[in-house]
Design a protein around this ligand. Structure first.
Ligand code: DC
Length: 222
């Protein structure tokens, strides 16, 4: 049986970077499921499809093969064999991903693909519905969060480093809008699973966050 760790949380909670570090310390892979929604959304935009058109997006995602590959432990995400890893980290891709993630047909296709990947090997899987839908039987379930302001500031600083001129206020408002869409959708909205442990990293350093999660994993497998 593969060892699966499930992690959910809102936008910018640090899931990707923290999960990468935890997975590498445990010697397992990290599956970033948000990257799969982003990849499908970017593939649709490239085809000139309207991400607000539910029927078109469900038909598109039903046929699309979203695959993940690992290169030196890092995830690459492909749509029908096309590696879109370098194009999925924009705010536009995030909003489009959140939009298509509201459609039940899109979620069905993504959940199926994610469960297949996670059944093959031990993984730390992060997303929005991992504890509740993708891996309901995971032995370790974590809800990783931080205050809106802390999450927006971390994101804004990352964007500044990349030379973006985006204001803090606009990053904060985009983050809140995406959280709203992810928590208010009808199908498998982001919520804290009853059996998840909440880890609030607002006042933690990166290393403290990683150590906290490693301790939870150790305790669960003791
Ligand atoms: O984790 P992320 O910000 O890269 O995710 C992008 C969007 O994809 C997110 O706003 C909602 C959607 N998503 C989802 O609905 N379910 C998941 N398991 C992962 C992501």
């Amino acid at each position: 049986m593969p060892l699966n760790i499930a992690m959910d949380g809102p936008v910018g909670a640090g899931k990707s970077t923290i999960a990468d570090a935890v997975a590498s310390r445990l010697g397992i892979l990290h599956l970033d499921t948000g990257a799969m929604y982003r990849c499908a959304a970017v593939a649709a935009l490239k085809k000139g499809l309207d991400v607000n058109d539910q029927e078109a997006m469900e038909a598109f995602c039903e046929k699309l093969h979203v695959d993940v590959l690992y290169e030196n432990g890092s995830q690459r995400t492909l749509a029908d064999g096309m590696d879109l890893t370098g194009e999925i980290r924009t705010q536009e891709a995030g909003m489009a991903a959140s939009r298509i993630a509201t459609y039940p047909g899109v979620r069905r296709a993504m959940v199926r693909a994610q469960q297949q990947v996670a059944s093959r090997q031990s993984m730390l899987v992060d997303g929005r519905d991992i504890c509740t839908r993708v891996l309901p039987d995971a032995r370790v379930k974590i809800y990783l969060t931080a205050s809106d302001e802390v999450r927006a500031r971390r994101r804004w600083l990352q964007m500044q480093e990349k030379g973006s001129g985006e204001s803090f206020e606009s990053v904060l408002s985009a983050l809140r809008e995406r959280d709203r869409q992810d928590t208010e959708r009808e199908t498998d909205p982001l919520r804290i699973a009853e059996d998840a442990v909440v880890v609030d990293t607002s006042d933690m350093t990166f290393d403290e966050s990683v150590e906290t999660i490693l301790r939870l994993v150790e305790a669960a497998y003791d």
